[in-house]
Design a protein around this ligand. Structure first.
Ligand code: 1CP
Length: 367
């Protein structure tokens, strides 16, 4: 595998294409399902593999990433795998220091303070070659998956990455990053463009390395509201879809479905459905029927069970899944949670969720 992820590969034949078919809008025998953060701390085997290992050292080890990616698939009949990595490897590749503080989250010792700090960032054209370790993890995992299910690659969207680079970590208000939007709109656009220019070859490189779908996480969409979103998030989200598709074609790679997940971005659902993505991910605050009415059958919807519903009894999880599946309908739909699993969730309940989706969606198609 070359560091830049180029060159066609030979991979085992895909045996379960239900997720990809649903993403492209084709008929399926049942509703495919996967979970955000399915490779995570709620699994004892994940905690064991990650024990005493620095988070980003784990991300840099293709073997460890492969093992962590496959762990949930050994337990549950999920219909897709998502590569173990993190959205913050992109700011790192741009030259920023990022550490993961156990129990606290990501920390940037020197966040961006003003426009002069943009000069500290590396040329976005080198980012993909800095991230060869992600491409290697993807190639290895795709081989070890042996065609069981498709492998999803991912990245953080520009606005979400910008918040971490300015806030220096997680934040409740995003006030520093939003201060940039109001006080330094030009520098904000400059930063968002740098990130977009880094993300396009990074996502194309993931497909070249073996990713069979791509998800873009705009996890901090809800902090923007419609006006700021339309100005500082949507244009870059659109640009990424367009340029990744063109990049794949130019590289002689087959197109892959692209998923946009803009958390708390209900106000932008119509725009997101027309932003060039095959799939729109929904958080749990959206009503499935209303979302479907708004987007029609032009895109596949993904989501959106409240992750905390997994604290309910297995019986109640089954009932909630049944309602969700009835409301989304059998076509153009991929089941998922409305956001990631939490570390204190019971793996048995994750299994109950996955089984309920498969069971009820098969029944739905018989009736
Ligand atoms: O030590 C650990 O295991 C820490 C927990 C953890 C994990 C399991 C972090 C730190 N990152 C990850 C892996 C990860 N991150 C994956 C692959 C695993 C999978 O999904 O199965 C993915 C897709 C991500 C994406 C990611 N990282 C997002 C977007 C999704 C979302 O949750 O909205 C975000 C915002 C991050 C940043 C991040 N990384 C880790 C934490 C705790 C955070 C959030 C920090 C914060 O804002 O408070």
């Amino acid at each position: 595998m070359e560091a830049n992820g180029s060159g066609p590969q030979c991979f085992p034949e895909l045996k379960n294409d239900t997720f990809l078919r649903a993403a492209w809008g084709e008929e399926t025998d049942y509703t495919p399902v996967w979970c955000m953060r399915q490779a995570g701390r709620y699994l004892p085997e994940f905690r064991e593999t990650r024990a005493n290992q620095d988070f980003f050292s784990t991300c840099r080890s293709p073997e460890a990433c492969c093992e962590l990616t496959l762990q949930p698939l050994q337990r549950f009949p999920l219909d897709a795998a998502i590569i173990f990595s993190d959205i913050l490897v992109v700011p790192q590749a741009l030259g920023m220091e990022v550490t993961m503080v156990p129990g606290k989250g990501p920390s940037f010792p020197e966040p961006l303070r003003d426009e002069r700090d943009l000069e500290r960032l590396r040329d976005p054209a080198v980012v993909a070659s800095e991230l060869g370790y992600v491409f290697q993890a993807i190639t290895l995992t795709r081989k070890r998956l042996a065609g069981r299910v498709p492998l999803i690659g991912f990245a953080g969207a520009p606005w979400t990455l910008m918040t971490y680079m300015i806030e220096g970590g997680g934040s409740n208000t995003m006030a520093q990053a939003k201060r940039w939007l109001y006080q330094k709109p030009q520098a904000s656009h400059q930063l968002l463009r740098i990130l977009t220019d880094a993300l396009v070859p990074y996502l194309v490189g993931q497909v070249a390395a073996g990713a069979q779908a791509l998800q873009l996480f705009e996890s901090h969409a809800g902090h923007l509201g419609p006006q700021l979103f339309n100005k500082f998030a949507l244009p870059y989200i659109r640009d990424i879809a367009k340029r990744v598709k063109a990049g794949l074609q130019k590289a002689g790679l087959a197109p892959v479905p692209m998923i946009i997940f803009a958390k708390d971005g209900h106000f932008a659902l119509d725009e997101l459905a027309q932003a060039g993505y095959e799939v729109v991910g929904l958080d749990w605050t959206m009503t499935p029927k209303k979302a479907r009415e708004r987007v029609g059958k032009t895109v596949t919807l993904q989501g959106n069970l409240d992750p905390c519903a997994l604290y309910a009894s297995e019986e109640e999880i089954g009932q909630l899944v049944q309602q969700m599946l009835d409301d989304f309908g059998p076509r153009r739909y991929i089941a998922n949670l409305g956001h990631g699993l939490y570390p204190d969730m019971d793996p048995e309940h994750v299994g109950a969720f996955v089984d309920a989706v498969h069971r009820h969606s098969r029944l739905l198609r018989k009736n």
